[in-house]
Design a protein around this ligand. Structure first.
Ligand code: SRM
Ligand code: SF4
Length: 665
């Protein structure tokens, strides 16, 4: 039998979904089919003396972990693009051995743009590599315990896990172990990678865990293909990228609701019993295309530890065989689950799994964790989490982040875990090394104390966008520092000096810095223009909502100020900004903003404890310099609002009329 799109041989011998015969598979499906398991046209074109690949080859190159880009700052109409390549590493759970770190640092210097970038999925990216250096760079990564295979492309991407290297918390050890195992289980089996980048030589032959080899080959329920080089993927790989994470109860450092597949390790008495399974998260969307959307993963089932690989394969096979291969904008698992409904998805996964799914186990509430600063790792040694603004490791003036990280690795040979928030953790640090490491950090101007960091910076993320990303419609990483400064100034101005929240920005709606999960998200929607998203939660368990479709960056203060003022005025005790917005909702905020903006003579502030106290405080907005604050009781304000609404007048107009009438009487 054939899969729904009459394209991929479905290993299940059962007719499940009728094929939409009228819809043509996308062009990339044909390229995958023709590629001979990811060999061509890359194998031929890498040998050609050109500065870029053809469009067809670039699609296959992605599976090898590299993107063809051009420096968009250097675009000149009518001239050839300034071609260069981005290389992305695949490092399950963010693990980077010291030898690999030093190699990447050297490659950034020799071939790249002298920076390294920690990604939001715990990988590293190098930018600015020329085609003629691509092979040497990828070969160096493979020979130094790294890999780029499958870091991009239509297959399982880097598997995330909480980055904390706790040695005395078995659940963390299990999460890391299974992130590695799932990465191996779903790693492409084609020989193309070593043939192209190492001329056929297999770098370091790591003995594969026999249980994984057996799990990969196990069939009976239609999860694998029996011919070809790819038992799990077949010749067409996945319809689209597929993203997994493994975590532990309470720890949402991996943003699990945004993953295609997330596993939560259930540990009892130090023993791994099984996993809760979530599926169907994803964030990419396209502006003005309602059929595309960000979606949270659903809880699916519980699976005992011994059957977890079969469960992963069952979900992968369901998406592989029924995911949309005609429209790449709607090809992720989230759309399949959305279109089918959860019940149909359940039954299909059961068919591939071969038995009924067990019910999901109750879980405690998730928390946001970033593991910064010095901490005990539980075996007498320490780890140190260092905040990296937007993941960019570089030297700038006397602040030499790249230099100090290299020196630390050179002197102490410390292993690294990259975090899902673009930060970096050194671990296995002997207590006696702490002082020397702190000295080095001080010497190069790098702050390692998380309490001394600006919390807005600490909890923010931005994607690379311009000048490297071909899909960016506006800036992200390069403007984020100034945007955060402006937000900080604004918070000070409205009397919220101590306040902070998660701010995330992307240069387009694809959502690479996961802005739809943030308390305040900026999503590029045109040159210098952003959609504003509000209402995500601090622990990333709720989707934010669009507040404004297009905000010019110059309107940042005018847009946010009334919302911050409303937040200050009406928040509950200790309520976070995202929770506040979620509670009061769009309409209430819009109403407040409308009143606030129409207020040209007075700013009326309701407080819980004031008694018609007239203050001479500084004006609240820049637009209305002559404003004075008037504080009134909540109850009076609510009554004023009701009357204003019933009379169709702004509150301030009503207050003015009432006060004038009173003063004149
Ligand atoms: Fe992403 C495409 C950067 C995490 C959703 N992403 C891209 C490309 C390759 C642009 C392109 O296709 O030409 C970006 C390269 C920019 C550059 O110059 O380097 C890019 N994505 C990144 C990174 C580096 C952002 C970062 O700030 O770290 C992240 C690399 C992660 C990694 O190590 O694997 C990155 N991308 C994400 C995430 C977050 C996540 O995975 O947790 C998402 C949202 C989650 C999701 O997938 O739903 C994400 N990236 C996308 C999409 C939209 C996918 C979709 O389903 O619609 C695209 C566009 C596409 O695939 O067509 C994209
Ligand atoms: Fe590029 Fe858009 Fe991803 Fe930013 S969110 S890196 S602009 S694809």
């Amino acid at each position: 039998m054939h899969c729904p799109h009459s394209l991929v041989q479905n290993p299940m011998d059962k007719s499940l979904t009728p094929a939409p015969a009228t819809r043509k598979p996308s062009k990339v499906e044909g390229l995958k089919e023709k590629s001979n398991f990811l060999r061509e046209p890359v194998a031929t074109e890498i040998l050609q003396d050109t500065n870029h690949f053809t469009e067809d080859a670039t699609q296959i190159l992605k599976f090898h972990g590299s993107y063809q880009q051009d420096n968009r700052d250097n675009r000149v109409k009518g001239q050839e693009k300034d071609y260069q390549f981005m290389i992305r590493t695949k490092s399950p759970g963010g693990f980077v051995p010291p030898q690999l770190y030093l190699t990447l640092d050297r490659l950034a210097e020799e071939y790249g743009n002298q920076t390294l970038r920690v990604t939001t999925r715990q990988g590293f990216q190098l930018h600015g590599i020329l085609k003629r250096n691509l092979k040497a760079a990828i070969a160096a990564i493979i020979k130094n315990m790294g890999s780029t295979l499958g870091a991009c492309g239509d297959l399982n991407r880097n598997v995330m896990a909480p980055p904390a290297p706790f040695k005395n918390k078995p659940e963390y050890q299990y999460a890391w172990e299974y992130a590695n195992n799932i990465a191996q289980l779903l790693s492409p089996q084609t020989g193309a990678y070593y043939e192209i980048w190492l001329d056929g030589e297999k770098a370091i032959s790591v003995e594969e865990n026999p249980a994984l080899v057996a799990a990969r080959q196990r069939n009976g329920t239609g999860t694998i293909f029996h011919s070809g080089e790819e038992p799990i993927y077949g010749s067409h790989y996945m319809p689209r990228k597929f993203k997994c994470a493994v975590t532990v109860p309470e720890d949402n450092s991996v943003d699990l609701y945004s993953q295609d597949l997330a596993l939560v390790a259930i540990v009892n008495d130090q023993k791994l019993e099984g996993f809760n399974v979530f599926a169907g998260g994803g964030l990419g969307r396209t502006h003005n295309k309602e059929e595309t959307f960000a979606r949270l993963a659903d809880p699916i089932c519980y699976v005992p530890q011994a059957e977890v690989y079969d469960m992963v394969k069952a979900i992968v096979a369901t998406q592989r065989d029924y995911g949309d291969r005609t429209d790449r904008r709607r090809a992720r698992l989230k759309y399949l689950i959305h279109d089918w409904g959860i019940d149909k998805f359940h039954s299909m996964v059961e068919e591939y799994f071969g038995k009924p799914l067990e019910p999901f186990k109750p879980l405690p509430e998730f928390k946001y964790k970033d593991f910064l600063g010095w901490q005990e790792q539980g075996d007498g040694k320490l780890f140190l989490g260092i905040s990296i603004e937007n993941g960019r490791i570089k030297d700038e003036g006397s602040w030499k982040l790249r230099t100090v990280l290299r020196e630390i690795v050179q002197q102490f040979a410390l292993p690294i875990r990259l975090t899902p928030h673009q930060n970096l953790i050194f671990y296995d640090i002997a207590p006696e090394q702490k002082q020397k490491i702190e000295q080095l950090l001080n010497q190069y101007g790098v702050q390692a104390d998380p309490e001394a960091l600006n919390p807005l910076v600490r909890y923010s993320m931005a994607c690379p966008a311009l000048p490297t990303c071909g899909l960016a419609t506006t800036e992200s990483e390069r403007v984020m520092p100034s945007v955060l400064k402006r937000i900080e100034t604004l918070l000070d101005k409205v009397g919220l000096e101590q306040e902070y929240f998660g701010v995330r920005m992307t240069g387009c709606p694809n959502g690479c810095a996961r802005p739809y999960m943030a308390e305040l998200g900026f999503v590029g929607s045109g040159p210098d223009t952003y959609q504003v998203w509000l209402g995500g939660s601090a622990n990333q368990t709720r989707l934010a909502e669009t507040y404004i479709d297009k905000m010019h960056i110059n309107e940042l203060e005018a847009t946010l100020e009334p919302i911050f003022v409303y937040f200050k005025k009406s928040r509950k005790l200790d309520e976070k900004f995202g929770d506040f917005y979620h509670r009061v909702g769009l309409e209430a905020v819009q109403q407040f903003v409308a009143e606030y903006q129409s207020d040209s003579t007075a700013y009326v502030e309701a407080t819980n404890n004031s008694n018609a106290l007239v203050t001479n405080s500084e004006p609240v907005t820049t637009a209305a310099k002559a404003r004075r604050r008037v504080s009134i009781q909540d109850g009076v304000y609510e009554r004023l609002k009701e009357v204003a609404l019933s009379q169709g007048k702004p509150v301030t107009q009503l207050v003015n009329e009432a006060l004038e009438a009173y003063l004149e009487s």
